[in-house]
Design a protein around this ligand. Structure first.
Ligand code: ZN
Length: 145
């Protein structure tokens, strides 16, 4: 089978049931193709798109192959994506903690009047508090400026 990326002849995937090979192909299809191939034709049930492909075509590495170099690149991308997802999750936790702390401070009416703070800092603080209020009320966090 030719490499789906560069059309080199030698396929480095096992074509068998190696789970990692299947995951590499699934990652490639999901993250590098924003293709109608993956869109469910029938939204009423969960079938269609990738799920249907997997059910009807068997192991992904049997219908998509990569040469050695492209396999390395896609595997590296898959690893980076996993790291990115983990880091994004950590960032989201930090954001939630900051918003929670700011919210608690707001609840206690701990409005800091610090004369040393510049006017800019006060503006940032005020808009953060408005955003948090909006999010807590079920809004999007967008506030009028
Ligand atoms: Zn290739």
């Amino acid at each position: 089978m030719k490499c789906i990326v560069c059309c080199e002849e030698n396929n480095s995937l096992s074509n068998r049931e190696d789970l990692e090979d299947q995951l590499v192909v699934i990652f490639f299809i999901q993250k590098f193709f924003e293709s109608p191939l993956l869109v469910n034709s029938n939204n009423n049930n969960k079938k269609g798109g990738l799920v249907e492909l997997l059910q009807s075509c068997g192991n992904p590495s049997e219908w998509v192959g990569f040469c050695g170099e492209c396999t390395d690149i896609v595997r590296r991308a898959k690893g980076l994506y996993a790291q990115l997802t983990k880091i994004q999750s950590q960032l989201n936790k930090c954001r939630a903690q900051i918003e929670e702390r700011a919210w608690q401070s707001l609840l206690k009416l701990k409005v800091v009047v610090d004369k040393k703070l510049s006017r800019k800092t006060e503006v940032v603080k005020r808009s953060l508090r408005q955003r948090i209020k909006s999010v807590r009320k079920g809004g999007t966090g967008e506030v009028d400026s």
